[in-house]
Design a protein around this ligand. Sequence first.
Ligand code: C2E
Ligand code: MG
Ligand code: MG
Ligand code: MG
Length: 283
Amino acid sequence: DEARRQNSRVVTYQADAYADPSLNLALMSEMRRGLHAGDLSLHYQSKVSTADGEVHGVEALIRWKHPSRGNIPPDSFIGIAEETGNIRELTEWTLARALEDRATLSAAGHDVIVSVNISGRLLADRSFCDHVQAMVASRDHGLCLEITETAVIENPTAATASIAAFRAAGLKVSIDDYGVGLSSLSYLKMLHADELKIDKSLVVAVAESQRDRLILKSTIDLAHSLGMSVVAEGVETAEVQAALALLGCDAIQGYLISRPVPLTDLTDFLTGWGQNPRRAAVG
Ligand code: C2E
Ligand code: MG
Ligand code: MG
Ligand code: MG
């Protein structure tokens, strides 16, 4: 049927990413059209502190509702946007939206840090970095940049310089998906950041093996001694949450707390969080 046909086209895009340049370019022109047509939006997922159970921050995650293909997940177009040079436009759109949404949240009495995912590749783009600094200059922005992708390693000099410049401009910087690459330790040595986000593959493992708990424990201790706070992503069960709290993890994020939701739902969620039974379980 039609739904299945649309579904399989999305899967085709995913499987063929980078393989067929003409298909990628077609997808990118649809993405740019979608940006202007309002088909792309941001959902927000809360990060909860294990110390006091409060939501101190939320992460913006991009969503694309294609008019005929339905939802296209970020993993199937972010990589293509990086390859084709469209990531800058997409990221600047995301940052502008996130800043607006943060102002809306703030006006509703919710002072949270808003995190935006940034492709490591953009850190080598001087004019992008200048643009970001100009965007946040002289305003109470409350923005954190989650740096993904080991592409940082390709140009460590540019990446470290950009990160230092961002932090000097008052932006927080988070190292995302920590523990999936091979170069994790050199990464930590090189990048001076405010936050370390443990990848969900490592997070899930803490409920299963003592070795993984030991590795995570020493990672958390190391991050703390380097002045970083530690957030675990992909927390789905109370068991994992309890294990993470014992290891000294500062904050958790995952379906156990909330799925990523549109801004209006986020406002409701934050308003009701004090009375939410999940809060008592965490804080
Ligand atoms: P990420 O930044 O590591 O985000 C975490 C992903 O895990 C998100 O997938 C989120 O929806 C999902 N997730 C959250 N909690 C749970 C959980 O408890 N269990 C499981 N199984 N999954 C959970 P999503 O939204 O599909 O995003 C995938 C990736 O796409 C992100 O990974 C990020 O690298 C990238 N991405 C998303 N939005 C943007 C954006 O605006 N710009 C850039 N450059 N990348 C983005
Ligand atoms: Mg992230
Ligand atoms: Mg992540
Ligand atoms: Mg991830």
